[in-house]
Design a protein around this ligand. Sequence first.
Ligand code: AKG
Ligand code: FE2
Length: 783
Amino acid sequence: MQTASNDVPDVLDWMVETRSGKMQDPAQERIKAEESAKPQPGATIGRDASSDPVVLNPNIDIPKYDGTEEPRPWIESLEEIGFLYHWADYIISRYAAMNMIGSAKTWLNLHKVSFTSWENFKSRLIEDFASDANKEEMRMRLNRIQQWNEPAIRFAEDILVLCNKVDPQMEEETKINWVIGGLKKEYSFALHLNPPKNTNELLEICKKLDLFEKNYQERAEKSKALYNGPRSPRPHHQEQWKNATSFRRPYQNTSKPQAPAPRYYQNTSKPQAPTPRYYQNKPLPQVSAPRRSYTPNPEPKPVYPSKTYNKNSNRNRTEDGRPICFKCNKPGHVARYCRVRFVRIVEEDPIVTQDKVEEEIRMDNGTQKSRPLLYSDVSNSPTSKKKMGVSTRKIQILKCIFVNEIEELKSFLGMLSFYIPEVEDPFHSPSPPGLTLLQDFLSAEEEQQLLDILDWPSQPTDDGCGKTLRHRQVQHFGFEFEYGANRVDPNRPLEHRPIPPVCLTVLQRLVESGHVDRLSDQLTVNRYLPGQGIPPHIDSHSSCEEQLVSLSLSAQVVMDFRHATTGQQRSMVVPRRSVLIMSGDSRYIWTHGIAPRKSDVVPVTDHNGHQCLTLQRRDIRTSFTFRTLRQTPCRCKYPANCDSQLQKTPLLTADIKEGDAEVLEKTYVHKVYEDIASHFSETRHSPWPQVAQFLQSLPTGSVVLDAGCGNGKYLAAYGTSHLVMTGCDTSIGLLHICRNKGQDVVVADTTALPHRSGSVDACISIAVLHHLATQVSWSTTCF
Ligand SMILES: O=C(O)CCC(=O)C(=O)O
Ligand SMILES: [Fe+2]
């Protein structure tokens, strides 16, 4: 063992004289050395120890470093010894300096004036002496992401140790970024929005995350039976692993300062291992933070549930051409109409349990994975958007937060609100003008009396007293509401089905309280099972007076409103035993409808008094809608949307000039069908028997054109699978419905068909001729 006495003054001058300018009395030095035996946080090589040269103990066995091997093991052993002897950093530096030999010593002499601290010394040493392979290995290790079964705390500690090795001078913020960038996506995301202040806080959070994960796994185990087997790893991790090579840390897209790339890892054009390497001390160009690379998963890869659509074809469409929503991955609608809302389930809601939500998800499509959900706050907060600094469309939300978990998570993640653009909070915006909701207007007895009036036949009937529409059952009293024409025929009263007296009692109360101006003469009762609804519509202006009154019985529901011209959307919870009165704009220009689904997203107040949303299962709901037949035409301020004001005096077909026919048909037929497409379609699903018979009689392989095919009910009628069916119509809305069913249709007017003569074997045109304005049009129709 070489003693230090010869080397010390020589190599210590950069540590002592650069600060104090002179050597100290050895006796004083010993005292100071003893003092410095106490840990001195933040002590550095020279700055703080301005008068403290110490006598180094030559008997301590410290390995030598000659610069030919990896510097890290040598640094680690020095630090271990320093830890045992309680050395301050600057004493470790001195021992380090004393034990450097060969090219390492030359390097030290060259650079000693530029070192400012032990950390700085270490990082320079590593930078100049660590081999490229070692650097690469470190880079790979720092770059890794948390394994799906790896506790967050273990991951964080590992990354923090690596950060220290990679760059002993790395700043806290950078270290934190390295850790949170590699944590599982949902945590990484939330922590990025609300980053911990220091690494200690980060480690505390990681411990809590592990606890949270453990609880989650336990709950998942309990509900395993729901999924016919184990479902670990959790879906979002499957996704993460599947896409691990392209995994981006959220903060890399944000305006947040990037984690500076560790210096050792920067891609420079440094020549390969020159001799001596430590002469290469050029400033290195800055590059952006490294991307995390894929670390092979030590666990067997999870098996992904197969999708119901062809993965190889267009990812945005099913095989039969239906759109696939990019928000929930379900076919049949586009994201804009996605009913997966952004929901937070609150602890106190006794109705919504984790099991129920899971069951809901399972029922929805059979696989949980197919419907990534976020149950979280809806936040329109521009600050959170700004914080993220990214197009939030890109945000993949992969976590279901169940009952109880949200508060638990919130308590340490602080913030779990994501800005979701284009999702206006429909519950907290002002309701459409003219809409009045009277809560608890009906007593429980009245509700029961109203329900007792009804007798729902198991078989559909034609007399208006128990029709089964595609999405619900209806009964009419007083007059029948004809859905196809969207009108009430005043000349056909339902004489044997007058409005029941108990209804009139309720109406009388509404009149007396000044909410309604008269008693109604038409009543439609709708009965909705969970999953059923009514398409968005505006009740005909021409048939009914301004006020529409709807009583809600047995269950609440969320009703959706949409402004027919501006497209603004609102939703309203219509509670059980309430009365909803539509008048003014809400009646004339806003559509109303109920989405066909089994649960609704509803606003609630949590135990902290915060407004949030939750998911509520629907029950069977019965509504009574009262209308008053119109005696005089509607004069509302929306003529373009008013069937009364669009209607002129009926013209005799003989009087109509051919030039006018097109305009008339456009206004009274094409536009009307466009407006009522979905409502109309709902009422058109059973083929007329004679037409079905005709189609069935055609030889196999016949090409059949349905001119004016509407919603395509004949294009896929029962018993027509032997035919090649094609259709045309002028209503784009109806043709969309056909296309969504995979039917072969084109936009065409029956009076000017684009089909080649003789190109079809048979043609049907059902309930079309009466829409044509003149006899000439009739005769030119397909014949
Ligand atoms: O069920 C409801 O409350 C609405 C019914 C409705 O809009 C209708 O029958 O026209
Ligand atoms: Fe309606």
